[in-house]
Design a binder for this molecule. Structure first.
Ligand SMILES: [Zn+2]
Length: 399
């Protein structure tokens, strides 16, 4: 990270900062590697907020829906075969994407699931409802638990990113299935730009960047090269295959098209939640999520709780800040309300499932906390006189 990148800039509209990293091709994520970060414009407003302005004013949504219908007409099949793939594990976005495509736009989607690392009860329930209440065919892929435990631990130790092995699945599983089953069209929901995880060149196109799931040589998994992992754990190619990205040439030679439905249709997280609950029986969590005030997003994997806490440690941006920023953009809360919510919940220790996560990774609480503290960047954290970690370069209300 350069010196200028270490200077924290807060968006003046939402509560994100320039420390938020972009979504990346996971197979290039090495120990200590540089990243791209949320762009904040000279007027002090971040790209996610800028995009949201455009969403509400400049984008002709009727025109975009027309474009969508044109594409769907090109790919729609009436011979009994599936014509598109919707990846997901029964969260509100995947429920809504699949349902709209099948029941509103009369497509024939196949849903595919790369199972969460450690399912929550509510996650399992929502997954079943997606298939049974929503009404879809589904391929569920469950990973070898022994390998998953090791890779999750390595990703936690090397990158403080325990969810990374699962992210490989999220980003590549649908494309792998599409190649195997000869289905050329794949739909995700929310574009990266909605939450500031890409730059605005992605604004002009509905396409998921295919380079995110391809590799040419020496991919990295959990921050280690595949060869290192094989040596260290005696893994063979088959053990690691669920995590391997796709060879660039296989992607280039294919006709695969991966699109964000949220580029064509105005994506509002709260409305998506209502739609999913009405049409697919989606239910929110029974209690508030540690680290934020909501109950309805990202509740299917126990690792997700730890993931957002790690995000807070590494980038100073936790779950509350992400949720609140999105709600500012949707016009549901003000920045002052968001700051008050962050004061209350941001950075809260994810106690509910923390022990389960450590147990899954086969590490003790003490080891776990040592790893976490090792990843606190010096420009974001310092210890006070009481030996307690406090934030640097933070909004004064939140220190
Ligand atoms: Zn912003």
């Amino acid at each position: 990270m350069s010196k200028s990148e270490k200077k924290v800039i807060h968006c003046k509209r939402c509560v994100l900062t320039n420390q938020k990293p972009h979504s990346i091709n996971e197979s290039t994520n090495k120990v200590g590697d540089g990243k791209k970060y949320l762009v904040i414009h000279p007027d002090g407003v971040c790209v996610a907020c800028k995009y949201s302005d455009k969403k509400n004013v400049n984008i002709n949504w009727t025109q975009r829906e027309k474009e969508l219908k044109k594409i769907l007409n090109k790919y729609r099949k009436s011979n009994g075969e599936y014509d598109c793939i919707v990846p997901g594990s029964g969260g509100k976005d995947s429920c809504t994407v699949a349902h709209l495509l099948k029941y509103k736009y009369k497509m024939n989607p196949l849903t595919v699931t790369f199972a969460p690392t450690i399912y929550t009860d509510i996650g399992k329930k929502n997954m079943d409802s997606w298939i049974n209440v929503g009404g879809f065919d589904n391929y569920l892929f469950k990973r070898n638990g022994k390998v998953s435990s090791i890779l999750t631990r390595e990703a936690f130790k090397n990158l403080l990113h325990p969810m990374q092995p699962f992210k490989f699945g999220i980003k590549t599983f649908a494309a792998k299935m599409a190649l195997k089953l000869n289905i050329d069209l794949i739909f995700y929901g929310e574009p990266f730009l909605e939450y500031g995880s890409s730059d605005n060149k992605n604004e002009l196109t509905p396409d998921f960047p295919l380079e995110m799931l391809a590799y040419d040589k020496n991919p990295y998994i959990s921050g280690l090269s595949v060869n290192t992992l094989k040596k260290k754990y005696k893994f063979n190619d088959n053990d690691l295959s669920p995590y391997m990205p796709i060879k660039s040439r296989d992607i280039k030679n294919s006709k695969i098209k991966i699109l964000f439905l949220g580029w064509f249709l105005k994506w509002n997280p709260q409305e998506i939640y209502y739609y999913a609950s009405k049409n697919c029986g989606y239910v929110p969590d029974t209690q508030r999520i540690d680290g934020t005030y909501g109950r309805y997003a990202g509740v299917d994997d126990k690792i997700e709780w730890l993931h957002f806490f790690c995000h807070y440690i590494k980038f100073g941006i936790g779950r509350c800040r992400l949720d609140a920023s999105q709600e500012i953009r949707s016009g549901h809360i003000t920045r002052e309300e968001a700051i008050a919510l962050c004061k209350k919940y941001e950075g809260e220790v994810p106690t509910r499932y923390l022990k389960d996560c450590f147990k899954f990774m086969k590490i003790t609480d003490l080891e776990g906390w040592k790893i976490i503290d090792k990843f606190r960047p010096k420009h974001l954290w310092k210890k006070n006189k009481q030996n307690k970690w406090i934030r640097k370069q933070e909004l004064k209300e939140l220190v």
